[in-house]
Every structure is written in C-alpha cells, then in structure tokens.
Design a binder for this molecule. Structure first.
Ligand SMILES: [Zn+2]
Length: 231
C-alpha cells in the first residue's frame, strides 16, 4: 500500500473499496481519512512528506478510520463524536464546524457539512485547486449506506441542494468510493434519484446487510441502501 501522486502536493492511497488522501501545504500536511484495512497510513504518508501530518475524518464510519490510532488527535465534525467515541473513547478530538478553514500554509481547505449519510459528514474544499474531497455523500457507481440509526435521506437531499446553492468554485470531486474524479453534474442526478425514492417512485430490491433487512434502490448513478419503509 502506498500514496500515489495526483498532483505535486496531493496524494491518494487506494485500498480498492475505499481511498483516502494526503494534502501537503507549505507548513503542514493533512490526511483526509485513514483507510479501512490499512493500519499504518501515517507511516505511509511519512514516506512522501516530512511535514507534520494532521488527520481529518470526513465522518466516523469504520472504513475511514483504520489508522486513526496513529494520530494524537483527530479533526471531525462534532456531530460525529457520539458515534466515534463508542469505539475510540480516549482519543483527543478537535471540532471542525461547517465553514471552518483548515490552513496548511498557503493551502486553505474549507469545511462543508453534508449531513445525511451520517450526521456530521463533512467535505473539504481546497480553495486553491477547486478539488472537493467529499467523503461518502457524493459517489458514482457506488453503494451509499442510508440505513440504520443516524442516517437520514431527507437531510441528505437538503445537503446536496445546499452544496449546489453555495456558489463555490468546485472543479473536481474526489469521493472516498467509486469512480473519480467527478464533476458537479453528478449532484442533480443524486438529488433526483433520492427524491424519487422519497416519493415512492423507485422499486427497491429487498436485501440483507450486517443482519439488517434493507431496501436497495438503483438510482442509475449509484445504489442507495435504505431502511425498509414502514407502511
Ligand atoms: Zn465509506
């Protein structure tokens, strides 16, 4: 496993089913998520930079936090703390709120909260390059988990609409799963697909996952895994 160059100061480490990123500024570096099966992501990052490395999690799902134990503290949206602390009770946390800027030294990243997939799902926008590191809410050819406690489809739709309304200069989207990079054209497609589910216009496939009975909705761009609707 290794970090591969996307550009001179941006790297990706791809585990196949999930990927995470390393961004290097003039003063420090930032890892965005830390893998799933990989447990030495920081060690891998130190092979490509000698700057101090901080960690930001797009959210607290396990496939994004594999190497978190290597870091003294972790930044994430505080709406994720409640989920995260059940498995990492003693880790030091730093809150990143919607609109906060993480400055790596001449490289500013703006936090954009996109609640829905999880309550504190948060993307980071590189204000220099227009690269959006989106985590899980925005994917193509992916499977977006929307079932179980703390996940909410109406919130997801509102978040994507909010992102469209922001008037930020987003040039490319780098999701944690599925094809990449994406462009903003995917957002209206995701909204339309999710709204069809809400209106009951898409027929689901009943399935089982982690012992839960769920409904899988193929919305074209992706498959959304949802709770079975109570009738
Ligand atoms: Zn994920």
């Amino acid at each position: 496993m290794e970090f591969i160059k996307l550009d001179d100061t941006t790297y990706v480490c791809d585990e196949g089913h999930v990927r995470f990123f390393l961004l290097i500024g003039e003063k420090e570096a930032l890892m965005i998520d830390s893998g799933m099966q990989v447990t030495n992501a920081k060690e891998l990052a130190e092979k490509v930079t000698d700057k101090p490395i901080r960690l930001f999690n797009t959210h607290a799902d396990r496939d994004h936090t594999g190497s978190n134990h290597e870091f003294e503290s972790v930044m994430m949206n505080p709406a994720e703390f409640v989920n995260y602390k059940t498995e990492h009770p003693s880790q030091k946390m730093e809150a990143v709120f919607d609109g906060d800027i993480i400055d790596l030294g001449n490289r500013k990243l703006k936090a954009i909260a996109l609640p829905g997939h999880t309550p504190g799902s948060t993307a980071l926008l590189d204000l220099n390059s227009g690269m959006l590191f989106s985590g899980d809410p925005i994917q193509k050819d992916g499977r977006i988990f929307m079932f179980g406690p703390m996940r909410d489809l109406p919130a997801y739709i509102l978040s994507l609409k909010h992102l469209l309304s922001l008037n930020e200069d987003i040039k490319e989207i780098y999701p944690s799963h599925g094809a990449y990079p994406l462009n903003m054209d995917i957002i209206p497609e995701l909204i339309a697909g999710a709204e069809k589910i809400e209106r009951g216009e898409t027929k689901p496939q009943r399935a089982e996952m982690f012992g839960n009975v769920i409904d899988e909705y193929d919305i074209g761009t992706d498959i959304l895994l949802c709770d079975v609707k109570q009738s």
